[in-house]
Design a protein around this ligand. Structure first.
Ligand code: ZN
Length: 336
């Protein structure tokens, strides 16, 4: 699951091997696929063209503009994609595969089309993901008061993937996380909804407003995790998910905090492979409780006002944590 790679797995419908190619560029793997300045604070627009055999389909961050035959290679095609908005390199994505897709759409606000796709198999997991994704996107668009800027999100459920990846307009999910065989319905649905909510909250925290450098990785992971819990609470108000989940995760966050030798924000070198690769669990778990405390301390009005100003002010840009503190502090000042 690094850079641009090709793999084959047994198709659960045909029992035959099925080939696919896909990218996973976070944090710094794009440089082994494309020569570029591979740092999150730097944005560029990308004009993607993919060539492949006509039996396959292709995906990228943006909708396809047109497909035409490759005149030099029989049975091959060229697919041209719309130009992307300015975005960091780690969010560029493309895939060639023969997955089956389920389509769903938002019904409130801006129309956004979802295609949720996997390589054969029972449609249960993809149909659930497909049905809840538009609702979560609408919820976040309202909550952050900033519409999702693209027309579509394709969601690929990958057999190799264990974690998700929030590529702008082309999200990846791990097959294992979406097909958990937990017999308790609440556990099954809340897990999936939370994973989807995490990746969709990244469309604002990470994709629209990006961390300037990996020092403040928690700025995107913490908010994505926090709002994924609020998202499940919104979808299923009777589940009392908010207090259950925060209660469960708190002990784990305390445990992690006791083990780690680094702080939530900590220096990450520009060249050390180990540091760039470091998966800082504090960014995913402790950050949830730091954000929860901010929310409780500031109150709903100042908290959301501060976050909305932060998103509006730094949309298509990047931030360190101080930019967040300034916006929250301003909101608190005007509120009191
Ligand atoms: Zn994430």
């Amino acid at each position: 699951m690094k850079s641009y790679f090709v793999a084959s797995r047994k198709n659960l419908d045909t029992n035959k091997p099925s080939w696919y190619a896909v990218t996973h560029f976070e944090r710094n793997f794009i440089r082994s696929a494309i020569p570029c300045f591979d740092e999150p604070a730097l944005r560029a627009t990308f004009n993607v063209t993919l060539g492949h055999h006509k039996r396959y389909q292709s995906f990228s961050n943006m909708p396809m503009l047109r497909m035409q035959p490759n005149l030099e290679l029989k049975d091959y095609v060229w697919c041209y994609y719309e130009i992307t908005p300015p975005m960091p390199t780690y969010l560029l994505a493309y895939s060639v595969n023969e997955f089956k897709c389920t389509v769903s759409r938002t019904t409130k606000g801006k129309l956004v089309t979802f295609r949720t796709c996997q390589m054969g198999g029972p449609p249960n997991s993809t149909s659930y993901v497909s049905s809840l994704s538009p609702k979560l996107l609408e919820y976040f668009s309202d909550l952050f008061d900033y519409p999702f800027p693209l027309e579509k999100i394709d969601q690929l459920v990958m057999r190799d993937q264990t974690s998700g990846m929030e590529n702008w307009g082309l999200v990846l999910y791990g097959f294992s996380t979406l097909t958990t065989h937990n017999p308790i319905e609440y556990e099954y649905h809340n897990r999936i909804a939370q994973v989807v909510g995490h990746e969709l909250a990244h469309m604002w925290f990470g994709n629209l407003v990006t961390v300037a450098w990996w020092n403040d990785f928690w700025l995107k992971e913490g908010f994505a995790s926090y709002f994924s819990i609020l998202g499940v609470d919104y979808l299923y108000p009777d589940w009392n998910h908010n207090s259950r989940e925060f209660g469960l995760l708190k002990q784990f966050a305390f445990f992690l905090d006791g083990q780690h030798k680094v702080s939530l924000s900590h220096k990450v070198g520009k060249t050390s492979r180990e540091q760039l690769m470091e998966n800082n669990e504090l960014a995913y778990f402790k950050s949830i409780f730091v954000i929860r405390m901010m929310h409780a301390m500031l109150g709903n009005k100042a908290f959301y006002q501060g976050l909305r100003s932060y998103i509006t002010q730094y949309a298509y840009g990047s931030t360190y944590k101080d930019e967040l503190w300034i916006q929250l502090q301003r909101a608190m000042f005007f509120e009191t």
